[in-house]
Design a protein around this ligand. Structure first.
Ligand code: ADP
Length: 198
């Protein structure tokens, strides 16, 4: 099975590309989804986060209030590291289980949709690396318009990720998503064809 890392800065359109790759029959393992699963009520990571960042990161039904956690955990580089120290080992474990399940299920191509793939050096474990590339200013516009982020928050999140040039340097394929959505489909189809033929 070929493992294909999919990454890009926040707001670049990774999730949109992941859906397109899934429509070509490729398995998709979504790192953000796994990150949400490991903080569901009853999961040990949730208790550890509450001990670290305050019990009021939980709402009255014991669910994680992601906005409150984000406000605290993304406040500084240091607090972000504390968040990562709790969540990343569990995310890694589940991720390996999902890859193994795809392999056991006979999948030939498995996408690892991971925003921090290059930041964490995980691109080295991939057979191919697809980077979705969009100008930072356009990403800010999209994050504000469609995800309701405040502009300053969008800029701060982009600023905490590695520079686009570093991410692009790790790419074996680059998808340019500066244009309209329908321009994406043809690019994705081309990349799929090339990887499947390799
Ligand atoms: P990511 O997963 O990389 O953070 P998303 O796929 O969620 O990015 O895309 C960010 C936002 O931009 C979403 O609301 C998405 O619908 C929108 N979007 C994606 N591609 C385009 C595009 N080519 N033009 C306009 N909006 C887009």
């Amino acid at each position: 099975m070929k493992l294909i890392g999919l990454t890009g800065g926040i707001g670049s359109g990774k999730s949109t590309v992941a859906q397109l790759l899934a429509s070509h029959g490729w398995e998709v393992v979504d790192a953000d989804k796994i990150a949400r699963e490991i903080v569901e009520p009853g999961q040990p990571a949730l208790e550890e986060l509450a001990a670290e960042f305050g019990q009021d990161i939980l709402d009255c039904s014991g669910q994680l209030d992601r906005a409150v956690l984000a406000e605290r955990a993304f406040a500084t580089q240091e607090s972000t590291s504390r968040l990562n120290a709790i969540t990343h080992p569990r995310i890694a474990e589940i991720t390996q289980q999902r890859f193994a399940a795809a392999r056991a299920g006979g999948k030939k191509f498995c996408v690892y949709d991971m925003p921090l793939l290059v930041d964490k050096g995980q691109h080295k474990d991939m057979d191919e690396v697809i980077v979705v590339d969009v100008e930072p200013e356009e990403r800010v516009r999209r994050l504000v318009a469609s995800r309701g982020l405040k502009e300053a928050d969008a800029r701060a999140r982009i600023g905490r990720q590695i520079p686009d040039s570093e991410r692009l340097a790790a790419a074996t394929f680059v998808i340019d998503n500066n244009g309209p959505r329908d321009a994406l489909e043809a690019q994705v189809a081309r990349v799929v064809k090339q990887i499947e033929a390799a």
